[in-house]
Design a protein around this ligand. Sequence first.
Ligand SMILES: [Zn+2]
Length: 371
Amino acid sequence: MRRETLSIPGSTSGLSIDLTVLRFGTPGANPKIYIQAGLHADETPGHLTAHHLRQRLTALEDAGRIKGEVVLIPVANPIGLAQQVNGVFHGRFDLSDGGNFNRYFPELTDEVAEVLASQLGSDSQKNVALIRSALKTALAARKPVTPTDHLKHLLLNEAIDADIVLDIHCDSEAAVHLYTLTPQAEDFAPLGAYLGAKAVLLATESGDNPFDEAVSRPWLQLQERFPAAAIPLAGLATTLELRGRADVSDALASTDSEAILNYLTLRGAIAGTPPTVPTPAAPPTPLAGTEALTAPRPGIVVFEKEVGASIKAGDVIARLIDPVSGEETLVHATTDGVLFARSTGRFVHAGKRLGKIAGAKEIRSGKLLSP
Ligand SMILES: [Zn+2]
């Protein structure tokens, strides 16, 4: 393992921020795997899973079993990890401007399309090399200003030429689930199956360019712009949600890291024979089919369904109790599916998102992710 420290300018004089990158295998070897944890800095299951991965990858490297290159960033967001106000940890939104750390990564497709228009042909391997080089060049031309822009720049620079990118997150309370591009569903089906994912959520554009789509969507967009050229989806990326914030244990992190390593073995990054891929626990569903349950009024929330439960339209998911009037309001599902996530708070204000159900029928459009 080679440990490298990249520097991010701080927000003011006298401050600087370190981003630690762990590199395994041979630089430049294929496939290149990129894994980061904690872009939302208060999502600790990813940090612990990365810790387990670091140990396992070190052992695999010592055994000569890493065939490709693996880049692991165990703390992808040191800026967010440092944020606390009055003793409360804030890792999802940048306190300097309120922005979600996992939105608005650089969109590079327009720049690279202009450069590549006269160069792409029928040789897909040559096209992949050209596109990766153009993406790196386009990113290098960007001049980040704020610390968070610098952080996004460094993360994307490490991931943009990878074959497979895993961005590890978690939800409030949740079953394991994945987000990925619709045409990548088959590529990530084995990962979901090894992890026992209860939902795999697909979209061709989720909105506001989260990290995984900053890596994967340029390939899809270039396919659309240059239909005559041979362009594979060479930057496969997924957002991996490892349950809920409090689901932090060595047992879970060990199981999850083994599942990830099994997938990397299947993809040829690690030498060995991977276990047979289990039958997926759930078929992929469109992200546009996810029902976001919201509280119609404030109250104490009492959930009637557990995360991972199969739901039928009409089921009562939660009761909202007004402790002043004594009234109860039932929150019903309007779609069949799997309740893959719930909110953590047990007193909610009107409009608060209470949970998410992965349904098979598209019911939403526009921006599809949570704020
Ligand atoms: Zn997250």
